[in-house]
Design a protein around this ligand. Structure first.
Ligand code: URP
Ligand code: ZN
Ligand code: ZN
Ligand code: ZN
Length: 506
């Protein structure tokens, strides 16, 4: 047999229901060298030797999940998040996610390109699935503007995150937001915001500590829902003023979600990203008597104590008021969380989710009857691929698409637990949740990387995925508005009457 034929990786997924965001159809899927070659009934690729065949009868065959928001090995709040790009992507794969988008975050005054290169140097040798990087804009100058351009044109970055919180660390003011949004629009990038009023958080935290509230409940009390909603509204207003598409990351509250929903109803180009945590659990845990338990849920913006929040966010996700799901996976173990044992402002912010996102959304979204299997694919994969210009290479099962595929058993159940999860931390915020919907096989670029609980992964075999600017899904409307929605001066004859004024003494 010629050497080339031996090297070909061939895979046939037989008899499953292929689910895309717009259609479900029973079909076989034939994959060669990492790319889908055929989708159809009764495929019989030749030769039969050297072909891996997977039986997907009575199962769904779905595009691999895309987690739009992770922080692997992030240096943050005096520590470094526990899941690195190896454990984090391995955990992702076991949960049916085949691509993550992480964030390169420069310190204020530092180079965005250096941060991007640093994150690449951490991720490239470790990733087990494909990944991309958003880049954070934590300060503003002409150099930042030039670097944003270079990142878009030379490094495959098409999204930038601005923080409205973390005063003195990452926070930018409204003038800087305006400049960054304008730059994103010029470059064809998507602007992202961490929407919380950082000044109010700083003041609220001081107040709580002065009242003797030092435990994790202080984290939520110092930044209630309106602190998130106000910043969300402000970001939308500024983005709309410059006709820049906006992506609100980690939507945690009913109030912020309502703001996004209203803006979409007003025709604004804005997308909301609830996360596994905000869809699957709530902030009542901050009042748990066990400090370590309560601290494990600390993240920003906080989970909300209103227990109807997850269901509300899921309703909005089901009806397209909210668009995609990430996790904000940023894990710290109990010892790391204990940095804030006497002061909630020092508890490293972050929770798990990259492994459990798909199951949590299936359970709370599909099993509950709120969304169908197609909407599930839209919110876990396709919409992310469209917004970040990865579609239809990612986010779809079709001829020519990357073979990032999951065989999903909607009938099977699993119980989430830190005892069995693959993440590096020793706590799981979804502990004990029984989920219908289990990924039985995960395929990354045509290779079976996870099957029936067993991994077949190698650190570094995932690839960095470049994302071109001007995603059509986002920018078609933006460009058209740029052309037809500009204000024009009223043509009128010049005023010729008298002009008078009263001089004011200096
Ligand atoms: O608590 C969080 N969210 N940690 C990660 C940093 C961020 O704001 O996304
Ligand atoms: Zn954030
Ligand atoms: Zn609890
Ligand atoms: Zn984050």
């Amino acid at each position: 047999m010629p050497h080339q034929a031996l090297a070909r990786q061939r895979l046939l997924i037989k008899g499953g229901k292929v689910v895309n965001d717009d259609l479900s159809v029973v079909a076989d899927v034939y994959v060669e060298d990492g790319v889908v070659q055929q989708v159809g009934l009764n495929l019989n690729p030749e030769p039969p030797t050297g072909l891996t065949v997977l039986d997907a009868t009575n199962k769904l065959v779905i595009p691999g999940g895309i987690d739009t928001h992770t922080h692997m090995q992030l240096p943050f709040m005096g520590s470094r998040s526990k899941d690195d790009f190896y454990t984090g992507t391995k955990a992702a794969i076991s949960g049916g996610t085949t691509m993550i988008i992480d964030f390169a975050i420069p310190q204020k005054g530092c180079s965005l390109i250096d941060a991007f290169d640093t994150w690449r140097s951490w991720a490239d040798p470790k990733v087990c699935c494909d990944y991309a990087l958003h880049v954070a804009v934590t300060w503003w100058s002409n150099k930042v503007k030039e670097e944003m351009k270079s990142l878009v044109q030379n490094k495959g970055v098409n999204s930038f995150k601005m923080f409205m919180a973390y005063k003195d660390l990452y926070m930018v003011n409204d003038e800087e937001l305006f400049a960054a949004f304008s730059c994103c629009k010029e470059l064809g990038a998507v602007a992202q915001v961490h929407a919380e009023n950082g000044e109010l958080i700083a003041q609220g935290a001081k107040k709580m500590l002065a009242m003797g509230i030092t435990g994790p409940e202080g984290h939520e009390l110092c930044r209630p829902e309106e602190v998130e909603a106000e910043a969300t509204q402000r970001a939308i207003t500024i983005a709309n003023a410059v006709n820049c598409p906006l992506f609100v990351v980690h939507v945690m509250s009913k109030s912020a979600a309502r703001v996004i929903s209203n803006a979409r109803r007003e025709g604004k180009v804005v997308y909301g990203e609830p996360i596994a945590a905000s869809l699957g659990t709530d902030g009542t845990h901050y009042w748990n008597k066990d400090w370590a338990h309560a601290a494990a849920y600390v993240m920003g913006p906080p989970l909300r104590p209103d227990p109807s929040t997850p269901g509300f966010l899921m309703n909005l996700l089901a009806n397209d008021d909210l668009s995609v799901t990430g996790t904000d996976n940023c894990t710290f173990d109990i010892c790391q969380k204990a940095l804030g044992k006497d002061d909630f402002t020092k508890i490293p912010n972050g929770v798990n989710g990259v492994e459990d996102r798909m199951s949590v959304i299936w359970e709370k979204g599909v099993y509950s009857g709120k969304m169908d299997e197609n909407r599930f694919v839209a919110v876990t994969s396709t919409n992310a691929a469209k917004i970040f210009n990865l579609y239809p290479k990612k986010g779809r099962i079709a001829v020519g698409s990357d073979a990032d595929i999951v065989i999903w058993d909607p009938k099977a159940t699993r119980t989430i637990s830190a005892k069995t999860h693959h993440q590096a931390n020793n706590f799981n915020i979804f502990e004990g949740m029984v989920c219908h919907g289990v990924p039985v096989v995960t395929v990354s670029r045509g290779k079976v990387v996870y099957e029936g609980g067993a991994f077949n992964v190698t650190a570094g075999e995932g690839k960095y995925v470049s994302r071109p600017p001007f995603p059509p899904y986002v920018y078609k409307r933006v460009r058209q508005r740029e052309q037809v929605c500009q204000p024009i001066p009223v043509k009128r004859a010049p005023y010729t009457g008298a002009v008078s004024g009263t001089p004011v003494a200096p």
